[in-house]
Design a binder for this molecule. Structure first.
Ligand SMILES: *Cc1c(COP(=O)(O)O)cnc(C)c1O
Length: 219
């Protein structure tokens, strides 16, 4: 019961307002089942095909979070069941999610990804772009999506001051957007923090953490 023990240890240490997403990417069905049997229902996946396979095989009350980089042409595969899409990084992608959500007669909740890390490779909007997007008429017309928050990844560094300053940046944007009020915007989730930095993320306002290796072991 190693997975369940690790999961419960982390869960019991979290403030009540923080939701834990167990990131099961590359891990077998049996590992997800072990966490599910321990009472956990929020799981995160990075790859569309893997997510679809796991959704097919596992209990239907699981909340599947898509946390990877989503390509527009793959939205249709996850639109029937995905619970929350974390890494939305373009208006085009948002429009495609809206279209597929409509086809499935659903409203899909999304987080906008904000680029805070120093590395060039991490996807996402900058602060001005995200605010501009939330103010645009484009958003208000997308009736089958709901923007419920922001997602970000800090730099992969040992420098905790750097990580903390990045988490503070995204929290500041989040606070700015909190009062934005198109009918399909309701910013309440800040998805920041992974195995190595989730405590710092929570200290700086995160309400949703995405933890893989500290629960399921190294990948
Ligand atoms: C893999 C991944 C995680 C989990 O990372 P760990 O370091 O294993 O906790 C969290 N968020 C995203 C976006 C990921 O790709």
């Amino acid at each position: 019961m190693l997975i369940a023990e690790r999961l419960n240890t982390i869960k019991s240490s979290l403030p009540k307002h923080v939701t834990l997403i167990a990131v099961s990417k590359t891990k077998p069905i049996s590992s997800v089942e072990e966490a599910y049997k321990a009472g956990h229902i929020d799981f995160g996946e990075n790859y569309v095909q893997e997510l679809v396979e796991k959704h097919t095989q596992l209990p239907k009350d699981i909340h599947w979070h898509f946390i990877g980089h989503l390509q527009s042409n793959k939205v249709k595969y996850i639109a029937p069941f995905v619970y929350l899409i974390h890494g939305v990084d373009s208006l085009g992608l948002l429009k495609e999610i809206n279209k597929q959500a409509k086809k499935n007669n659903r409203i899909i909740s999304c987080l906008l990804q904000v680029h805070i890390a120093q590395e060039e490779t991490k996807f996402g909007f900058n602060a001005e772009e995200v605010i501009e997007l939330c103010d645009s008429k484009d958003i208000a017309s997308l009736e089958n999506i709901k923007l419920v928050g922001l997602m970000a990844m800090a730099s992969n560094t040992e420098d905790t001051n750097q990580i903390e300053s990045e988490f503070k940046q995204v929290k500041a944007i989040f606070d700015t957007l909190f009062s934005h009020s198109a009918s399909n915007i309701n910013m309440r989730i800040l998805s920041c923090g992974m195995s190595g930095d989730y405590e710092l993320a929570i200290k700086n306002g995160s309400t949703m953490i995405r933890i893989g290796s500290s629960i399921f072991g190294v990948r």
